[in-house]
Design a protein around this ligand. Structure first.
Ligand code: NAP
Length: 332
């Protein structure tokens, strides 16, 4: 007797995390549905291998058009798919940019999440739900490392929108008895990271300088430190969160803080270059109200989920540089 596969619905499926999560869920035998917004190209580069694979696309992977500001369409897709699990990863994900476009950031990230919570609450059999929250909800914390009990005190429009969405997810869990969870994610990177994030900016620059296609790299504060992990490890933890007996919130982090200078050292030495010869500082790249002491405590995720980040900082940065070298060479 054949049983129906579990059905996952992913918002933000074309993003860094959404594309890795799709691969992970397909490997686990899920039928995966993704929401995509209309754009002028059908690029969807992070999904292209799956999208072009006739044994996958429209067999176990399905895409549906819906924008986060279009709740009628999202409601229709949810009703049609009837997912058993929903992963909400879509949003304006750039902290610095959120100072330039605060209204749309809050509309999509805060109210967009509330719209989805309302849609799910109305379902006859609501799916298990994961909201991709962020360490930015802590703003500039006064304790380090930060964990699930750290005070919420955002200092950016992005962090503020995520704080609203995180608290709403908790409220729906506690008030309506729904299996709704927050993954409070610290930075996680990969070769699929957008080029306007500092990790990718550095690994791409190392590759381009090595290939003679770039001369300099302008950065803000290179002493700034972050807790950086590998995106594929983090989506595995998101899946684990929805397999537990009880819904809960978890900090996803490595517990290790590294500076941008460390990142430069690993990236440039991997291509036998000395970063000091190429990096210039540019005040324009300093973020307003930059946070300090940014370090996550993943103890709960390790203890309850049995989760362990599998890729080290050095491995991650080398992986990113290798992929960027490959891309730069292919473009020649
Ligand atoms: P990402 O690469 O920027 O992907 C964002 C996704 O959201 C893309 O698929 C994008 O679609 C989609 N999206 C944006 N606006 C939309 C709209 N109006 N309607 C429908 N879809 C929309 O982000 P990520 O790194 O994968 O992160 C996933 C989630 O985790 C985000 O919510 C992010 O804020 C959160 N998070 C990430 C990190 C991190 O370090 N990566 C840390 C903490 C929290 P397009 O492809 O069409 O642009």
């Amino acid at each position: 007797m054949s049983t129906n596969p579990p059905r996952a619905l992913i918002t933000g499926i074309t993003g860094q995390d959404g594309s890795y999560l799709t691969e992970v869920l397909l490997e686990k035998g899920y039928q995966v549905h993704g929401l995509v917004r209309r754009s002028s190209t059908l690029e969807r580069s992070r999904l292209k291998d799956l999208y072009r694979d006739p044994s996958v696309y429209e067999k176990s992977l399905f895409l549906h058009y819906a924008d986060l500001d279009d709740p009628t369409t999202i409601r229709r897709v949810v009703g049609h798919v009837q997912p058993t699990e929903m992963y909400h990863l879509a949003g304006q994900s750039h902290v610095g940019l959120s100072f330039d476009i605060p209204e749309s950031t809050c509309d999509l990230t805060a109210i967009g999440t509330l719209r989805i919570l309302e849609i799910l609450r109305d379902q006859p059999d609501p799916p298990r739900f994961l909201h991709a929250s962020s360490r930015e909800i802590f703003g500039t914390p006064t304790v380090s490392p930060q964990d699930e009990s750290t005070a919420v005190n955002p200092n950016s429009p992005y962090g503020c929108a995520k704080a609203f969405a995180t608290q709403m997810t908790r409220i729906y869990r506690e008030s309506h008895g729904l299996f709704f969870c927050n993954a409070i994610c610290f930075n996680h990177e990969s070769p699929r990271r957008g080029e306007n994030f500092v990790t990718r900016k550095i690994t791409l620059a190392a590759a381009r300088i090595k290939a003679g296609k770039q001369k300099q790299l302008a950065l803000g504060d290179i002493e700034a430190a972050r807790d950086w992990g590998y995106a594929r490890d983090y989506v595995e933890a998101m899946w684990l969160m929805l397999q537990q007996d009880q819904p809960d919130d978890y900090v996803l982090a490595t517990g290790i803080s590294r500076t941008i200078k460390d990142l430069l050292e690993v990236a440039f030495s991997h291509v036998d270059l000395n970063w000091q010869d190429y990096v210039v500082t540019d005040e324009r790249f300093r973020r307003p109200a930059d946070a300090c002491q940014l370090l996550g405590n993943p103890e709960k995720a390790k203890r309850v989920l049995g989760w362990e980040p599998g890729v080290s900082f050095e491995q991650l940065i080398r992986l990113m540089v290798d992929q960027d070298l490959h891309r730069v060479q292919r473009a020649e």
